[in-house]
Design a protein. Structure first.
Length: 133
């Protein structure tokens, strides 16, 4: 048959070949933990279905995928929060402009320069009408 097997040895990385139906042969590297510490390469035969089935490894990869999905969701949420923060900074800058303008105006200046007063009022209304998002 000589079919290529999907999974390699988890300890030495050598790939196996299905020699006859249902069984796989693997020539392990020297000192492979699966075969044992030896001074030579070891040829071993395994049931193909057992060799291909690794429930702990499969569960690990499933959990890893779930973590990556969660990480992606958290990254997107972080980016959305950054947009909110940037908008708040803009609103704060406008509010500071309006405050600075109002502080610079005295009652007399307000009466004398209605345009400045109106400009300050417009800024305040813009701030009040803006949404955070």
């Amino acid at each position: 048959m000589n079919n290529k097997i999907e999974k390699s040895c988890p300890f030495c990385g050598e790939e196996g070949t299905e020699k006859y139906s249902g069984y796989i042969s693997v020539v392990h590297k020297k000192d492979c933990l699966l075969y044992g510490a030896t001074d030579c390469n070891a040829l071993t035969t395994y049931d193909t279905e057992l060799w291909q089935s690794r429930p702990i490894e499969d569960a690990f990869y499933k959990q890893l995928d779930e973590c990556e999905d969660r990480n992606s969701s958290l990254w997107n949420a972080t980016q959305n929060q950054q947009v909110v923060i940037n908008n708040l900074h803009k609103r704060l800058e406008k509010a500071m402009e309006a405050i600075d303008l109002l502080i610079s105006l005295t009652a007399v200046e307000c009466e004398a320069d209605a345009d400045l007063w109106n400009e300050a009022q417009v800024l305040i209304k813009e701030i009040d009408n803006e949404t955070i998002l």
